[in-house]
Design a protein around this ligand. Structure first.
Ligand SMILES: [Zn+2]
Length: 206
């Protein structure tokens, strides 16, 4: 049984805000998805102790495989340094590129630079489980680690809270003026009180 990536993310967020640890582990989330994310699957069983490098490319196809996210498309290379020790591994992710998101103000897609550093600590233990947000325990039998969910969350969680078109050199907004006008007019329309409510109110008060 797998957990949908979007649901998985929601559960994680709820757990995080309530300070509890999710009881499922990302590497086992969805067998079928594994094929789609073959390129993001790490086979660590044959790796020697020491440092190794990997590169991943996150693009539109990658992000479209997840539901409910903010990133529409991307040109986001992620470099991963892996340090293997006797007891586990340390994964250092450096992502630097651009993503396409919807503007919070005018709702039009625009390109946003994204730059992040994340670390995932892996230890080996009895069974696979997430010990903390950045600590994963893998069972001694594990040979592979699905990184797609981690890469997706690192990109999404590093987006700014407010995603709006950048200003031009003169400090003017480059939001789509037509869209802004449209949003403004529909907002005022919503504010106008429907006369039918008054009639209904009178009926209730009677
Ligand atoms: Zn905008």
């Amino acid at each position: 049984m797998g957990v949908e990536p979007a649901t998985h993310k929601k559960i994680k967020k709820i757990c995080k805000s309530n300070n509890i640890l999710p009881t499922f582990a990302a590497p086992i989330f969805r067998e079928k998805e594994m094929d789609k994310f073959k390129a993001y699957k790490l086979n660590f069983s044959g790796l020697k102790i020491g440092e190794h490098s990997f590169d991943f490319q996150l693009d539109e196809e990658f992000f479209s495989a997840f539901e409910g996210g903010s990133i529409l498309a991307a040109d986001l290379p992620v470099h991963m340094r892996l340090l293997k020790t006797e007891n586990g591994m340390q994964l250092h992710f450096s992502g630097k590129g651009t993503v396409q998101v919807l503007c919070d103000r005018c709702l039009e897609a625009f390109t946003l630079p994204l730059d992040f550093e994340e670390v995932l600590h892996i230890r080996f233990g009895q069974h696979t489980h997430e010990q903390a947000e950045d600590v994963l325990v893998l069972s001694h039998e594990a040979t592979h680690l699905a990184l797609a969910q981690y890469l997706y969350e690192y990109a999404e969680l590093n987006l700014p809270m407010r995603k709006v078109h950048p200003e031009d050199v003169d400090g003017n907004s480059v939001c789509n003026p037509g869209m802004l006008k449209h949003i403004e007019s529909s907002e005022t329309k919503e504010e106008e009180i429907d006369p039918r409510w008054d009639a209904l109110k009178q009926l209730i008060e009677k």
